[in-house]
Design a protein around this ligand. Structure first.
Ligand SMILES: [Ca+2]
Length: 327
């Protein structure tokens, strides 16, 4: 960024290693090479609104020091675009010294943005990002997802009256698809066997899950295959939700990274953070798109969300046949 005019410039990364490097910079793990450079193309692109040029994704690099002749602010470059690639910015090479990575931007076109420029979240299809689901109906979308209690690698995915267990590192289904009625015998006699809306772990507990369906929820002990509480109405069991539309049902739920007592609950394009022991909303309802910068199919809401197995801070969002990883 070039104070006092902190302009934002969005660039696109297509190379996995570069995307990872950008994420390291955003996480503060890479502190030397943090500026963005590359060759400019004198052409506007939809992912970089407001500017009539963009960075060629294949030429983008992160740098610590560069020669002065390629340094220019975003706006100066815009205003002198006619002269660029000649005496000004020879070879179209642009290395804004003041650039800092701001955030990852999600988009159907993978992007990165910076305040002079940074990095984008990549929305991918389940069929590509979750190859183990190939050939199953789960690749076209899921209803709910949650971590398998006491597992650092596996997730439960739910769709209709079916579920499966997936090993994220190995990209393999480790069990199922099976019917909920068969695999979750404790649910027998409840409407939950026909499908659920959302699932998440119970805070500070390594065996139980919350399952949500319509305006009802229950708590299930996975090892014992028993309902430990419910089904009850959300209005009764989650008194902090009173007065919100969330009591009529939620679309997604997941635990909050770094806040072990809290859950994120999602409904439509809004979400909130709920502190379970206190039974109160600690933040929200807020717009999903505003906080996480998701767009496209995700801006209207998510089908479900879960923590990324083995990762302290990241979440997966699922929506129809797409997913995205956010922080
Ligand atoms: Ca859902």
């Amino acid at each position: 960024m070039y104070p006092p005019s902190p302009e934002e410039f969005v660039f696109k990364l297509t190379d996995d290693a570069k995307i990872e490097e950008a994420r390291k910079i955003l996480r503060g793990e890479q502190t030397d090479k943090t500026h963005v450079m590359g060759r400019i193309r004198k052409q506007a692109v939809p992912y970089n609104p407001g500017w009539s040029y963009h960075l060629d994704p294949d030429t983008i690099q992160f740098f610590e020091m560069a020669i002065e002749v390629c340094d220019a602010s975003i706006r100066y470059t815009e205003e002198h675009l006619d002269e660029a690639c000649g005496a000004f910015l020879p070879g179209c090479f642009w290395c804004p010294w003041g650039s800092t990575l701001r955030r990852e931007v999600n988009g159907p076109t993978a992007t990165a943005t910076t305040s002079t420029a940074p990095a984008a979240l990549q929305t991918k299809s389940l069929a590509i990002g979750w190859p183990g689901l190939k050939g199953s109906t789960f690749a076209s979308g899921i209803d709910a997802v949650c971590g398998v209690p006491d597992s650092a690698t596996d997730l439960y995915l739910f769709k209709g009256d079916q579920y499966l267990r997936y090993h994220v590192g190995n990209e393999k289904i480790t069990s199922g698809p099976k019917s909920l009625a068969d695999g979750w015998p404790g649910l027998k006699g409840t409407t939950f066997t026909s499908g659920i809306d959302a699932a998440c772990g119970v805070p500070d507990n390594s065996t139980d899950l919350y399952l949500f369906k319509g305006d009802q929820y229950l708590r299930y002990h996975v090892g014992n295959e028993k309902i430990t509480s419910g089904p009850k109405s959300l209005a009764d069991g989650w008194p902090g939700l009173k007065g919100t539309t969330f009591t009529s049902g939620i679309s997604a739920a997941c635990s909050v990274p770094s806040e072990p007592t809290n859950l994120y609950l999602f409904k439509g394009d809004k979400y909130l953070s709920y502190r379970v022991p206190d039974e109160k909303i600690v933040s929200g309802p807020k717009s999903l798109a505003e906080v996480w910068g998701v767009d496209g199919v995700f801006s209207g809401g998510v089908d479900d969300a879960c923590r990324v197995p083995g990762n302290a801070g990241d979440l997966y969002f699922f929506k129809s046949d797409q997913y995205v990883r956010v922080r």
